[in-house]
Write a protein that binds this ligand. Structure first.
Ligand SMILES: Cc1cc2nc3c(=O)[nH]c(=O)nc-3n(C[C@H](O)[C@H](O)[C@H](O)COP(=O)(O)O)c2cc1C
Length: 311
């Protein structure tokens, strides 16, 4: 799959996932075959005002290549400013968030609120593209804001006119948050309406749901979010072929990949990741309890000793 000038080795992408798609998860997903990964959403305003926490989100490992960053914002000039910042110069593709349903974000007119204003969507994309220095800019949208107003096609056309190189469609409305059934038909409609690559997103958790997405919607790429939390090997499963996976080893690697962060932060961040890693495994309940109670990395690693190596 090709996005603008960017040639990807396959059509599998890891979604931006706030609180989860850290540099460790992204590197692991790359090892298992994801062709492109994105940072979690980063505030364009936060970058503009040089917020230190915002900058931490931009750390990447060398194996994450090509690499993507996702920005959120609603003011074309601020988004453009952020896109052109030197902190973003190492990113090969910039994605703009137009799907986040969180009330605080929506109240600011950001994320999925943009779905209600295709004119502004066009302006934001145009500004971002003009600041990107030839790098591709994409956007991630939803089916619409509400069920009565599924305007993904109109928004995608505005993005294409604004110079976007690709559009990812999460087939749910803002009102649905993350529940209910993904509307594959609206993704297909977007694919039929624009010429730039369309990436389908929503509820891809295995080969069957992957094939449903590609066959029913005719999309150019597939983006996985929740199906990859605690399961980076999903990309190898989707790509087919042989692969090795050891749960404890993978979690320890994930921890090691976060060594640019203070131990306290890594311990806290990894607790929720561990809960997903051990889901459905033997001893899951006790491992989760022990890891949530851990006050240091040593205690967290102790909890991991309970992982059964025979699956
Ligand atoms: C905890 C959480 C955090 C998320 N953070 C982001 C984000 O930062 N940017 C974004 O575009 N989407 C975000 N999403 C949405 C996902 O990228 C994806 O669109 C959605 O979960 C549907 O895909 P899935 O069914 O594969 O999970 C988030 C989703 C979850 C559950």
């Amino acid at each position: 799959m090709k996005i603008g000038s960017l040639e990807l080795k396959n059509n599998l992408l890891l979604a931006p996932i706030a609180g989860f798609s850290d540099a460790g998860m992204r590197a692991l997903c790359r090892r298992y075959g994801a062709a492109l990964t994105f940072t979690e959403m980063v505030s364009a305003k936060g970058l503009y005002y040089k917020n230190e926490n915002t900058k931490d989100l931009l750390f990447t490992h060398a194996e994450e290549s090509p690499k993507g960053v996702q920005l959120f914002g609603s003011q074309p000039e601020i988004v453009a400013y952020a896109v052109a910042m030197k902190e973003l110069s190492g990113f090969d593709i910039i994605d703009i968030n137009m799907g986040c349903p969180v009330p605080k974000i929506v109240r600011n007119g950001e994320g999925s609120a943009l779905m209600t204003d295709p004119g502004l969507v066009y302006e934001i994309m145009k500004a971002a593209v003009s600041a990107a220095g030839g790098r591709p800019v994409s956007a991630k949208i939803r089916a619409g804001f509400t069920d009565r107003d599924k305007n993904a096609v109109e928004v995608a056309q505005a993005l294409e006119q604004g110079g976007a190189s690709a559009v990812t469609v999460h087939g749910r409305t803002r009102d649905m948050y993350y529940g209910g059934k993904v509307d594959l038909d609206i993704i297909k409609q977007v694919k039929l309406a624009i010429k730039i690559p369309v990436i389908g997103n929503g509820d891809v958790t295995d080969k069957q749901s992957y094939l449903r997405m590609t066959e029913q919607c005719g999309v150019d790429g597939v983006m996985v979010a929740r199906g990859a939390i605690g399961r980076p090997q999903i990309f190898a499963e989707l790509a087919g072929g042989e692969f090795e996976f050891d749960l404890k080893e993978t979690i320890l690697t994930h921890i090691a990949l976060l060594n640019h962060l203070p131990e306290r932060v890594v311990t806290n961040n990894m607790k929720k990741q561990v809960a997903f890693y051990v889901k459905g495994r033997k001893n899951a309940k006790i491992i989760k309890e022990k890891s949530f109670a851990a006050e240091s990395m040593a205690e967290l690693k102790d909890a991991l000793e309970l992982i059964d190596r025979i699956y």
